[in-house]
Ligand binder design. Structure first.
Ligand code: GLN
Length: 234
């Protein structure tokens, strides 16, 4: 971190904040402060350019219309987006970070091209708890809930974030996408509250080194409760 304050960009929370994903910014901020590091959440609204100076950029989920609006805005007003930033997008956020997505009306929209992912409406809406094993980036399984119609296909320049154990994820047994320091996922929860090691992975990319672990028994209890509840319902 070049400066002492970590700036966490929360992109378009008024349109990409439907499923509580703005909580991801709070989680990152807290996990830094608990380690004695300064952090600030910087919301960037519709109509504002996205500053190139932020350390990390977050995009949440949203409905189709809001998602198309967000993509159009970000294509125009996020000029620095290809410069190796750390980026995390959830659901509509994942789809916007991809190359292309199709709305329910059959209209194709260009994404930002930070992930090699294209999305089309599937046959059935996926509304469920989602559990995935991480494909190598993380030791622990990923948990969250999903609510989406989109089915996402990864191209050669993105790797899946994980393999689905329960739920739908991308729609082909894989979950999420990773290219360099950009991650997209279908996990709501907020994902970074439910998966603290994913939060710390993003922060370690920002810091340039792993951060010391945090001992938070209540977070461990939440994970255990969610994973066992999910197992019981299978
Ligand atoms: N509109 C997208 C879909 O249904 C995204 C939904 C969401 O962000 N939860 O696929």
């Amino acid at each position: 971190m070049a400066e002492s304050v970590v700036h966490i960009g929360l992109l378009l929370p008024e349109v990409l904040g439907t499923y509580g994903d703005t909580g991801n910014a709070q989680v990152l901020c807290r996990r830094l402060r608990w380690r004695g590091l300064d952090a600030e959440v910087v919301p960037v609204g519709l109509g504002e350019p996205v500053p190139s100076t932020l350390d990390l950029y977050l995009l949440g989920g949203g409905e189709d219309g809001a998602q198309a609006l967000a993509a159009a805005h970000l294509r125009k007003h996020w000029r620095s987006r290809s410069r190796g930033a750390v980026v995390f997008g959830v659901c509509a956020g994942l789809q916007v970070l991809g190359t292309r997505f199709r709305g329910l009306d059959g209209v194709d929209h260009d994404g930002l091209g930070l992930l090699d992912v294209s999305t089309e409406p599937g046959e059935r809406r996926a509304v469920a708890e989602l559990v995935a094993t991480s494909s190598g980036l993380l030791p622990e399984p990923l948990t969250g809930f999903e609510n989406h119609l989109g089915v996402s296909k990864l191209g050669a320049d993105s790797e899946p974030l994980g393999t689905v154990v329960r739920g739908t994820g991308n729609g082909d047994g894989t979950e999420g996408a990773v290219t360099d320091r950009v991650i997209g996922t279908y996990l709501h929860g907020p994902a970074l509250a439910r998966n603290p090691e994913l939060a710390d992975l993003l922060l370690s990319w920002v810091a340039g080194h792993p951060l010391p672990p945090l001992d938070l028994p209540e977070v461990d209890r939440l994970r255990t409760e969610r994973l066992t509840t999910t197992r019981r319902r299978r």
